[in-house]
Design a protein. Structure first.
Length: 154
């Protein structure tokens, strides 16, 4: 909507319908592949992976050293309140991290060290707490798209 108003100031204050836009139903990623429109939403991901879009979700977890999540995930992953390193992980946790990084939340860069966000996601799996996997995947896709657009503009 905001882009349409920037192009045509007479549209300011008008509804989506008055601007000839589709009604808003949910946040979605829109693209096209070989001319075929593609719409990806959290609900589509839930349908494809056959998992309900419900459960725990922690957004905006960054690598802040003062985050309360540090002690929690370090205890879960490294059996210690202190930060561990990849080599300190058990074989099972290394395998889970590899599956997560390559299939669920692909990780950019070449570092073996998981981000705090990746540790929180893995924490839920290890502790068997129900988590909102479709939401994590969708938010990760949006974040990756934003990063790729920022890198391309620089």
């Amino acid at each position: 909507m905001d882009e349409k108003v920037l192009i045509d100031h007479t549209l300011a204050g008008k509804t989506r319908e008055e601007m000839s836009l589709e009604p808003f139903t949910c946040t979605e990623i829109r693209s096209s592949i070989m001319g075929v429109p593609v719409f990806i939403s959290q609900e589509v991901i839930a349908y494809v992976i056959r998992r309900a879009s419900e459960g725990s979700f922690k957004d905006g977890v960054d690598n802040n050293k003062k985050s309360p999540w540090n002690e929690i995930v370090n205890q879960t992953m490294f059996n210690s309140k202190k930060k561990g390193v990849y080599s300190d992980l058990s074989m099972e946790k290394k395998m889970l991290l590899k599956i997560q990084n390559e299939n669920l939340l692909p990780k950019g860069g070449c570092s073996d060290q998981p981000s705090l966000e990746h540790k929180v996601f893995l924490h839920f799996f290890i502790t068997k707490e129900k988590e909102n996997v479709p939401k994590y995947i969708f938010k990760h896709m949006i974040k990756a798209l934003k990063e790729s657009q920022t890198i391309n503009k620089a």
